[in-house]
Design a protein around this ligand. Structure first.
Ligand SMILES: Cc1cc2nc3c(=O)[nH]c(=O)nc-3n(C[C@H](O)[C@H](O)[C@H](O)COP(=O)(O)OP(=O)(O)OC[C@H]3O[C@@H](n4cnc5c(N)ncnc54)[C@H](O)[C@@H]3O)c2cc1C
Length: 654
């Protein structure tokens, strides 16, 4: 029951998603013409609201974003802004950064101001600086939340959520219990149970006095605990790896400088450990291309578009990924590659490049499966074998290769890194990076189309998430180019070594050490007393260690969504079971519950790619989808408060 003092809602989680919900609540309130009841918004987060956990402003400034300044926003701007009530703080990160660089943001440290000025719109800011932006947006929102609105931050963890009559009871650590009319779960990245293999390594570490570092947010860790000169096994060569790498080298006083040949050289401080790095593919994520936009300017999609993918649903077909979606995106990826090749190296074709491109277009335009033989004919007639692009092979760069020893492997990885750095530096003129750019552009389209049941369950699991996601992540979600050049320098300085593809990690009880080896490398592998999992805890509600999530699951406040695998066996999906937007979690018995909403990572059951920030200027149902979700939740909450019979009674009494 809504009290005479007005309505109260709780936003659990004050990270980017929670901040977007707060911003949308305030925007809707401000846009409404007419009398409104008082509204108290409780933001619950043990971390500073705005940055929350991931974007803490006190983390190492060496931890960079993997999206450029021009990309992220936490509020609707540009095209997205026109579709919803105006933002009271209409700043994306880039416009805030420009303001900060010009001295227009109060309270920044000299270091923060200098970074804002230095990083540029296509550069990669530190996560701490993005956290400053988020904190600034939050502060601006709460400084003027509008008439009748009070925002209270509780620096607490929410421990339990239960229905209590017509309201919700939210228990916080420390014992306080909030009674609220609406609740938004914006929980983001949660701690997760280790998988059985990780559990064995952790137990073994405790027995033998080794250090096992489970998956974690890099900003949480005390890196000083890894001693100089020791070997440290690092599992994972994705984004967290680059945080580990830079913190333990430049972060320990080492210096990178141009070696005079266009490559970087590293001068150690002597305080670095030696990193023994491993991942399934054996090589790190590829670097971002050095370009001035998020999607390369020369890339446009002709086949994998919202219209073509949307046509399946219009025809009553729920598409599969391999059968329906990938063949379209595959065409665009090939087109981007060969068009760029024709532009930068027309002589590389066996026939005149213009004619070759015409032939390619004709092949790609064939609607049915006939496009593949036609493509093969195009390749045979026009492109030397070593310049032909095999997209699937990019997933396994060392497939079929054996290495006599780790020196041979290191040489191969170095070659790969140098080539990747050079390829990034060519920017829009690099055919492979443009092919990857097309794949990244397709990712946004696919994300839009597969949401809310737009893909078959088996297409979702075995195909989209099974092989495409790791492929596109490894190719398009990599670090800034600088990090790859730095990694190559560290390999030359013998401070980073590699285990090889398909690595095996084990605890050796005889010697009391961790072992890592690859079946494809002749050496016996490496041993170490330290093992760092360079990855985030799994985003999976059913294995979450969050006290709140576990309580909600156990008491049936929420439930995970089940999907059907290829063989018809139900599979517990990563996210919660929810309604269509505005997303409302279903209870254990499948019912919606008044006033309860969810946004962000726990929607991994119905959306693909829930973690990435909203893209500035993108439309609300595409790159700025998280803002659309926040807007829909805010609108629904405000409407339910306005329409509440309790408030109308209170109104008529007033
Ligand atoms: C290390 C890292 C780097 C990233 N880099 C990028 C990048 O460069 N570009 C990009 O676009 N995306 C990046 N991402 C993706 C990132 O997930 C999103 O941009 C964003 O942080 C998601 O926002 P969120 O609010 O949903 O989750 P979070 O940022 O995780 O925030 C959730 C908040 O909820 C709080 N919370 C959780 N449970 C409770 C509870 N029970 N009680 C109270 N509070 C609670 C947490 O403390 C946290 O502050 C990165 C993610 C990580 C982890």
């Amino acid at each position: 029951m809504i009290s005479m003092e007005g309505a109260e809602v709780a936003v659990i989680g004050g990270g980017p998603r929670g901040t977007s919900v707060l911003e949308r609540l305030i925007a809707h309130r401000k846009a409404f013409v007419g009398p409104q009841e008082p509204l108290t918004i409780h933001v619950v987060d043990p971390f500073d609201p705005g940055p929350g956990h991931v974007w803490r402003t006190d983390q190492s400034r060496l931890f960079l974003m993997n999206t450029p300044s021009l990309f992220p926003t936490v509020v609707p701007v540009g095209g997205a802004a026109a579709e919803v009530p105006a933002s009271p703080v209409p700043f994306d990160f880039e416009s805030w950064r420009t303001l900060a660089a010009a001295g227009g943001v109060e309270g920044l440290t000299p270091e923060e101001r200098a970074e804002a000025a230095r990083v540029g719109n296509a550069g990669f800011p530190s996560r701490a600086l993005y956290g400053r932006y988020l904190a600034w947006v939050y502060a601006a929102l709460t400084a003027d939340p509008g008439e009748g609105v009070t925002v209270i931050h509780h620096r607490r963890e929410a421990l339990s959520l239960r229905r209590a009559g017509a309201r919700w009871e939210l228990e916080l650590d420390g014992g306080e219990v909030l009674g609220v009319d609406g609740v938004v779960l914006a929980l983001g990245h949660l701690p997760a149970r280790l998988n059985p293999e990780q559990g064995v390594l952790q137990d073994g570490a405790a027995r033998f006095g080794l250090q096992y570092w489970p998956p974690a947010v890099p900003g949480d860790l005390d890196w000083k605990r890894l001693p100089a000169g020791k070997s440290v096994l690092v599992r994972g060569l994705g984004l967290n790896f680059f945080d580990v790498m830079i913190q333990l080298t430049e972060g320990r006083g080492g210096r990178f400088a141009d070696d005079g040949t266009g490559r970087l050289a590293y001068t150690p401080s002597g305080r670095e450990p030696v990193l023994i790095a491993a991942s399934r593919r054996g090589v790190p994520y590829r670097a971002k291309a050095a370009i001035t936009s998020y999607i390369p300017r020369s890339v446009s999609l002709s086949y994998c578009t919202v219209d073509t993918l949307g046509a399946f649903a219009e025809a009553g077909i729920q598409p599969g990924f391999d059968h329906d979606v990938w063949p379209l995106l595959h065409r665009d990826v090939l087109a981007a590659y060969y068009r760029t090749l024709a532009r930068v190296r027309p002589d590389a074709f066996l026939r005149p490049a213009d004619a070759a491109l015409d032939e390619l277009r004709t092949a790609l335009d064939i609607a049915g499966p006939g496009w593949l033989p036609a493509l093969q004919e195009f390749l045979d007639r026009n492109v030397p074998a070593k310049l032909q692009l095999n997209v699937e092979a990019l997933a396994q760069p060392f497939a079929g290769r054996r290495f006599a020893d780790s020196a041979a492997l290191t040489e191969a990885v170095l070659e790969y890194l140098d080539e990747d750095a050079a390829s990034s530096a060519r920017g829009e003129d690099d055919p492979l990076k443009m092919a990857i750019g097309a794949m990244n552009a397709g990712r946004t389209v696919i994300k839009q189309v597969v949401a809310d049941g737009g893909l078959t369950d088996s297409g979702w699991y075995a195909e989209l998430r099974g092989w495409f996601e790791p492929l596109v992540e490894g190719l398009a979600s990599g670090p800034p180019p600088l990090r790859i050049a730095q990694l190559a320098a560290l390999v030359r300085a013998d401070l980073v070594r590699f285990v090889g593809p398909n690595p095996l990690f084990a605890l050796d009880p005889d010697d009391g050490v961790f072992r890592a080896s690859s079946p494809w490398v002749g050496d016996p592998g490496f041993t170490a007393g330290y093992l760092v999992e360079a990855m985030m805890p799994a985003n999976q509600v059913s294995t979450s260690l969050s006290v709140l999530m576990r309580q909600m699951l156990e008491e049936g406040v929420v439930r995970p969504r089940l999907r059907m695998a290829e063989d018809g066996v139900p599979v517990v999906s990563a996210g919660l079971d929810v309604t269509l937007p505005p997303y409302r979690p279903l209870s254990g018995t499948g019912e919606t519950q008044p006033g309860l909403y969810v946004c962000g990572l726990q929607l991994a059951s119905v959306q693909w790619g829930t973690a990435i920030a909203a893209e500035s200027g993108a439309s609300l149902n595409a790159g700025a989808r998280t803002l659309q979700d926040a807007d829909a939740i805010a609108e629904a909450l405000i409407a339910s408060i306005r329409d509440s019979p309790d408030l109308q009674t209170a109104d008529s009494r007033a």
